[in-house]
Design a protein around this ligand. Sequence first.
Ligand SMILES: [Mn+2]
Length: 318
Amino acid sequence: MNPLFTTSYVDPDLDGVACAIAYAELLNATGVTATACVMGHPTVEAEFALSTLGVARPIQRESFLPIERVIILDASEPIHFEGRLVPEQVIEVIDHRQVNEAHLFSNAKVQIEFVGAAATLVAERFLKQDHVPSVKSAQLLQAAIISNTQHFQANTTTDRDSAMMQWLHEMAPLPDAFVQDMFAAKSDFTGEKLAHAMDIETAIFEMGDKRIGIVQLEMIGSDALVRDRRNELLQILESFRQQNNLDHIFLTILDIEAKLNRFVTVDRIMQSVLTEVLGVTFVENVGVRDGIIMRKEIVPLIKKSVVGPVTSFANDVT
Ligand SMILES: [Mn+2]
C-alpha cells in the first residue's frame, strides 16, 4: 500500500491542522499507519496553538504527487490543493462546508456535515470508536472548535460542537487565558503582517464565468484597523485581484469582540451584491453588519446572486 497522509488545504487554519494531527493519531491508534502533514504556511493562530500547547509540528509537505494516498480534512475542493495532488489520490474527505466539491474526489469516502468545526467531526470519530485522544490532541481540537465557531458565536455552531467541546474539556481543559491569548495573537496585523495574513486568508471561488476572491480576517479591534489603514487594505485587495486574475474581490472582517462583520471593497459590483444579499450599506468602501457571519455562509448567498441557485450535490454522507 502506498503511504497514507492526513492534511488540509494549502496554508491551513487551526481547524485543518488540528484535524490532520488528531485524525492521524486516531488512525494510528486503530492500526492504520498515517502521517499528519501541512502544506504551505499554517495561520498565525494555528502556529500559536501548536507552540502554546507544545504540539509537535506536522511534517511539511508541498506535494503528494503522484502515488501517495491522502485523507483531506476541513477541505473539499480540488482547487484548494493547487495541483499538489490529483483528486483520485484522496481516499477520504471530512469537511463541514455547505459549498463543496467533494463529489470530484471519486475514490473518497466522504463525510460532509454542517457543524461549526471539522474538529467536531474528528472528536466524534474518537468517541464513536471508543478511543481517548492524547491530552495535546484533545486541547488542539478544543482550540479548533473555539476558533472555527468564533467562540460559539458563529451561526454555523451546533449542539454537536458544544457537546464535543464539553467532552474534550472534561478530559483535558485548555490552559487558563489560552482563548484570550489566541484571539489576541491572531489580531496582530502590525506592519507587513497585514498583507501576509490577507494573503493566507484569501479564498478563490469560481462562480459561473467569474473568479471571486474573498479575504476573511478574524480579529478583535477591527474598527481601528479599518479606520487607520483603509487605503492600505484597498491597495492590498487590488494587488491580490490582479495577481490572481480575479474579476471581483472583497474583504470580510469578523470582529469576535464587537460581534459584527466589516466588509471592505472598492468593487462596486461586490458592494451591490453584498447590499443585496446581506443588507450591508457601504460608506467610503466600508460596510458594517451586526452579528458574525462567516465566509462559508456568505459564499452560497453570493453564488446564488451571481450565477443563480446553488447546485446541490449528491454527497455520499457516511
Ligand atoms: Mn473548518
